[in-house]
Design a protein. Sequence first.
Length: 399
Amino acid sequence: MTAPKLRFKEFDGNWTRYKIAEATEYVVDGTHFSPKTTEGEFKYITSKNIRNDGLDLTNISYISKDEHETIYKRCKVQLGDILLTKDGANTGNCCLNTLDEEFSLLSSVAVLRGKKDSFNNNFILQILQSDLGQNTIISSMSGQAITRITLAKLKDYSFFFPELTEQTQITSFLSAVDEKISQLMQKHQLLSQYKQGMMQKLFSQQIRFKADDGSEFEEWENKILDNVIKFYNGKGHENNVDFNGEFILINSKFVSTDMKVFKKVIACNQKVFDDCLVMVMSDVPNGKAIAKVLHIEDGSKYALNQRIGMFVFNKLNHSKFFQYQLNRHKYYLAFDSGVGQTNLKKEEVLSCPIHVPCLEEQTKIANFLFAIDQKVEVVVQQIEQAKTWKKGLLQQMFI
């Protein structure tokens, strides 16, 4: 029997394989020529605006009415159509169009519209976003510098479909799952915004903590980083790789934009101090890790490479307080050196200005912000769990 493992009990018929060309009444991509205008009243959607969780309009472009009308004659996008990235780094990203207005598309985005009496757009979308759909897309990609899929290949993809009633039932259920994920992501965004707002008020001293006895803390001192740390440079260990080694290398990939840990096991002798900060001193041009700071609580398992600086504090200062302060402020003056990387001068880093309250106030601020971080991390885990659960559902609900 041609049917999925997981199914609503009221359905029992076989599913039928159809090509995308058979399941859709409209498959086309946007303009193959870049518009000359950069201002106007009509939105211009490109691959950067297509995300699996919906349209991202934070960095939207606009074009003139004349150019829009020319493009729109070729590619008439409707509310509820599927938008799919067909070339570039985000090839395979897809979402439903939620804009009830005319807009123009670049050729990097394709539009798909299911035959309304037989195929549900959201069902087609869920298939394309599933492992089944993504693997189909990846296997058909061509190009090395710029990956792409053609409309001909897209139309030739084939998947199993149930009758429209079952498609609708499945998509209603999965839409509820998507809504839960969306709510969690909104909660994450609000917590992150709250943290940023509180950091602004705390480090500008609009809000001050008081001592345990209710008294006011003394005024903050203005210093430079060199006054409160001892600086250590990392060393080059990449040529001494031993995956049965003892230490985890801290490099620019370790200190990522979301502060997650990327582990690389190596054999070397230089260890990292406990309760210290590490900062990326060198990264690729426009690298997002440059000047990022991470707190290392237990350094016994780590080693530094030459792109990393280590800050060791004395007992009169709270390292995590300075982690928050240094990550918030872009004090560092980056410069290009050689080919393919951006560096920070040690002298400029050590001379960057910092604001230093007493240890007790440092501790209160660090603990307060860390408590928010813990709440954010709980939501991040909930999002990942929900996405993993949905992924498991898709594997069982589609064939």
